[in-house]
Design a binder for this molecule. Structure first.
Ligand code: NAD
Ligand code: UGA
Length: 450
């Protein structure tokens, strides 16, 4: 029987291992983490992350073949396959600060594996890492190997938050990169057999290590580039009277372009797009490719532009000042169906509004007040647990997350309780702007005529 251990019980480690456990009842899966509160939450009725469908999967196999533990060393020592799914944030100090990936957590996990292992191991890079990381990991492991054979595989994760379980049950593809040696190929085969329990063989792609590592960065860069491209168009739409939704629909009908991921917005957020593009930019610079680096940098610049453009539009349309005015913010998570606020555009927008002395009142169905206050440290805002309460007495409403419930709100009730003129700034194009205008609202959508 194969034993799997996953180091890192976060947004990736938890859901991915839960799905492996439910699809492979004969495999024992243990998810370990140095954070005791996180592991306690995974073992409780209130999981540490909100993800539709996750509770059912965890409940179905926890205590049977899925376990969560802080006893990192014991479970690493016992495992045949070790997934490493620790965080790889952007470095904040030293060489490459602000761009390069911080591999401190990864390196400490690799050193610990080397210290405690007594049998051969397949070590799987699940975290998103710079291309060539496997070479460094191999060095750390083999320099301390005590005769143990290590095979490093790259198996990047493509799930998106909010749809993680769906994505894991039916992945577009699973990517496995390994050494082109007999040992490397045997390891690739072993991991392939795990996924083959539920993923059709045609959807399991195998490549060399560096292609797999780079494909993850490339995929996120391409996805983010689509959003920055459509957001750049949204600015031009506002200036010309074109409608960005119509433009997206028209171009998306071209099968070479495709309809997905073309929604103009207040900007992309989330823990990975910006970090992974910065990482890609750094790798290009280190490889003497400044033109390529500058090309990708532009994706982030447009995203920053889109966020500040949104704030400027709110302030300028409300007679050039929001000082002392109440602004309701609906939605704080970086996208719907998650409580995650990492790099959410709401942080920049709220800071911008508070910077102009607005009184900001925030409502999000999944993000706690404690989290919002932490994200907006030093910026005074109020957090309420009801959309109507947030909008009561407000001069303007900013919709920053596309939660389904914001489409169904009673906007007449909201309008009746607001200061007039009542403004709506729809950063996600979720409301029916025409209907709201009929009620008396002044509505600004992204990339649409007034
Ligand atoms: P996360 O911060 O939610 O989880 C990482 C966990 O690793 C934390 O709980 C932390 O305590 C733990 N950890 C760190 N060092 C450890 C160590 N030495 N031993 C044991 N545990 C340790 O991060 P995440 O969002 O799950 O992302 C993990 C990786 O996956 C990142 O590289 C990210 O880029 C990548 N990724 C994330 C997503 C996503 O949707 N969040 C999707 C695809 C890929
Ligand atoms: C993204 C990728 O979609 C995943 O494939 C990848 O595994 C993951 O990053 C990662 O590496 O962490 P995620 O950030 O969870 O997933 O969510 P997305 O659905 O990609 O949304 C990212 C941001 O882009 C959100 O703020 C979202 O609102 C925004 N977005 C998305 C748009 O503004 N317009 C769109 O058309 C799509």
């Amino acid at each position: 029987m194969v034993k799997i251990c996953c180091i890192g019980a976060g947004y990736v480690g938890g859901p991915t291992m839960a799905v492996i456990a439910i699809k492979c009842p004969a495999i024992e899966v243990v998810v370990v983490d140095i954070s005791k509160p996180r592991i306690d939450a995974w073992n409780s009725d209130t999981l540490p992350i909100y993800e539709p469908g996750l509770d059912d999967v965890v409940k179905a196999c926890r205590g049977k073949n899925l376990f969560f533990s802080t006893d990192v060393e014991k479970h690493v020592a016992e495992a045949d396959i070790i997934f490493v799914s620790v965080n790889t944030p952007t470095k904040t100090r030293g060489l490459g600060a602000g761009k390069a990936a911080d591999l401190t957590y990864w390196e400490s996990a690799a050193r610990m594996i080397a210290d405690v292992s007594k049998s051969d191991k397949i070590v799987v890079e699940k975290s998103t890492v710079p291309v060539k990381t496997a070479e460094a990991i191999e060095k750390i492991l083999t320099h301390n190997s005590k005769g143990i054979n290590y095979q490093i595989l790259s198996n990047p994760e493509f799930l998106a938050e909010g749809t993680a379980i769906e994505d894991l049950f039916k992945p577009d593809r699973v990517l496995i990169g390994g050494r082109e040696t007999p040992g490397g190929q045997k390891a690739v085969q072993a991991l392939k057999e795990v996924y083959a329990h539920w993923v059709p063989e045609a959807n399991i792609i195998t490549t060399n290590l560096w292609s797999a590592e780079l494909s993850k960065l490339a995929a996120n860069a391409f996805l983010a580039q689509r959003i920055s491209s459509v957001n750049a168009m949204s600015a031009l739409c506002e200036a010309t009277g074109a409608n960005v939704s119509e433009v997206s629909y028209a171009i998306g009908k071209d099968s070479r372009i495709g309809p997905k991921f073309l929604n103009a917005s207040v900007g992309f957020g989330g823990s990975c797009f910006q970090k992974d593009i910065l990482n890609l930019v750094y790798i290009c610079e280190c490889n003497g490719l400044p033109e390529v680096a500058n090309y990708w940098k532009q994706v982030i610049k447009i995203n920053d532009y889109q966020k500040s453009r949104f704030v400027n539009r709110v302030v300028s349309s409300m007679f050039n000042t929001v000082s002392g005015k109440k602004i309701a913010v609906l939605g704080f998570a970086f996208k719907k169906d998650t409580g995650d606020t990492r790099e959410t555009p709401a942080i920049d927008v709220c800071k911008g509004l508070v910077g102009d002395k607005a009184q900001v009142s925030i409502y999000d169905p999944q993000v706690t007040e404690e989290q919002i206050q932490r994200d907006l440290a030093m910026n005074k805002v109020s957090v309420v647990w009801d959309a109507y309460e947030a909008c009561k007495g407000a001069h303007g409403v900013c919709i920053l997350t596309e939660w389904d419930e914001f489409k169904k709100l009673d906007y007449q009730k909201i309008f009746d309780n607001m200061q007039k003129p009542a403004f709506v700034f729809d950063g996600r194009n979720v409301v029916d702007a025409e209907k709201l205008r009929e009620m008396g609202f002044i509505v600004y959508s992204i990339g649409k005529p007034l």
